[in-house]
Ligand binder design. Structure first.
Ligand code: AOS
Ligand code: ZN
Ligand code: ZN
Length: 386
């Protein structure tokens, strides 16, 4: 039997971090479609994020990206967020948009380019000091396109050296989250292509270095929940970049392509004791053709639905079936939870928090979309096309 009060308490305390860049215009390398009312400044992105939090009650932090969210005074930006009931979340670095990084950043063969990349990462930690952010999130576009282009082994050595320099600089309570991705923009060998490489570096660095699982960064068919279970066992799961994919790094709304996979992931999170603040549940998505704030609200709700289903798994029945080797009953215990319609439960949880049970409806009737469309002219691009 599941303890409904415990399930509700877990759902009430769950927080999903939204990404500043998801509020801006985005697209593919073919076309960036502009939308009315899109934020023009980091502050306006926070205004939109505050709406997501207002209607879901579950999105209290916002990840920033440097330099896309560059401001003169980061402490003032953090105060601006606080005034809107938000705090600033992970600081995402960018070592992929500069001409100097054609052959890589921290893995580049030229020490001067590596130094430039490390300086940027250190500047990101300075920003974390000002914003009070806990996490530095590192994703490296580094890699090679052709066999022989550079020395794979030496590139790992350079990466390790750069990471160690930044790790040393972390302040108390700060963490380094290392993200992996199997290809793109490099097409032959990516320098952090998989969880094993990220894990090996994090293990070497120490307890404050952890792995980020971006759900869109795996080869088709990869069992992501197995990776999650393993990282949790090793106390190395720092968080998620949630999104969904049909083909490559599509950055579509989490839970849209494969809600069953999201459920399986959240089940391993619950099973492995990962439903805590130690694991950052972040969204890393682009809303190229759909309205952005409602898409982010939908994404938060999709994470909540998968979590609710995971929490509803009858652990006793599942355990008993597993111990007796009853394959079908064990599978049925998971599927029963997955096939439960948790929307009424989540509506109840929201209403108990004083929120509208229907965040999407509440947002659409709030007038925010019309107000921002009228007031904001010339919305900002998210920062990249794809
Ligand atoms: C890139 O593919 C990664 O998913 C990054 O996490 C992210 O989208 C980028 O660094 C934006 O900050
Ligand atoms: Zn990501
Ligand atoms: Zn990605």
């Amino acid at each position: 039997m599941t303890d409904l009060a415990a399930v509700k308490a877990a759902l009430t305390s769950q927080a999903v971090e939204t990404a500043s860049w998801a509020y801006g215009n985005s697209g593919t390398r073919f076309k960036v479609f502009t939308q009315p009312g899109v934020p023009r400044t980091p502050r306006e992105k926070l205004d939109d994020a505050a709406k997501v939090h207002e209607f879901t009650g579950a999105a209290p932090t916002v990840a920033l990206h440097i330099p896309w969210d560059t401001v003169d005074d980061y402490a003032a930006l953090a105060a601006y967020a606080r005034d809107r009931g938000l705090t600033l979340g992970a600081i995402n670095s960018n070592t992929f948009q500069d001409d100097d990084f054609r052959l890589g950043s921290v893995c580049h063969p030229d020490p001067a380019v590596r130094r430039k990349a490390v300086d940027h990462l250190l500047a990101c930690v300075d920003i974390m000091d000002a914003t009070g952010s806990r996490d530095l999130k590192l994703w490296f576009a580094d890699g090679t396109n052709y066999p022989g282009q550079d020395d794979l082994h030496a590139r790992q050595d350079r990466l390790a050296e750069a990471l160690a320099t930044v790790y040393e600089r972390l302040g108390e309570g700060q963490r380094m989250l290392l993200e992996y991705k199997f290809f793109e923009p490099a097409f032959y060998a990516t320098d952090v292509p998989d969880w094993g490489t990220a894990y090996a570096h994090c293990l070497q660095l120490g307890p404050r270095a952890k792995v980020v699982v971006d759900t869109g960064h795996h080869a088709p068919g990869t069992n992501i929940e197995f990776i999650v279970a393993t990282l949790l066992r090793e106390k190395k799961l720092g968080g998620f970049d949630f999104n969904s994919r049909f083909y490559a790094d599509d950055d579509l709304m989490v839970g849209a392509a494969d809600p069953f996979q999201l459920f399986r992931i959240m089940y391993e999170v619950v099973r492995g004791g990962g439903l805590t603040a130690d694991v950052a549940f972040m969204l890393d998505q682009c809303h190229n053709i759909e309205a952005k704030i409602p898409a982010i609200i939908r994404s938060v709700m999709n994470v909540q639905e998968a979590t609710a289903k995971a929490l509803l798994v009858d652990g006793e029945a599942l355990g008993a079936a597993q111990r007796s080797g009853d394959v079908l009953e064990a599978n049925a215990a998971l599927m029963d939870a997955y096939n439960t319609d948790v929307r009424p439960l989540l509506a109840e949880v929201r209403e108990e928090q004083g929120l509208d049970g229907d965040p999407m409806g509440a947002y659409w009737s709030s007038g925010w979309a019309e107000k921002t469309a009228a007031e904001r002219v010339g919305g900002q691009q998210a920062g990249w096309g794809a």
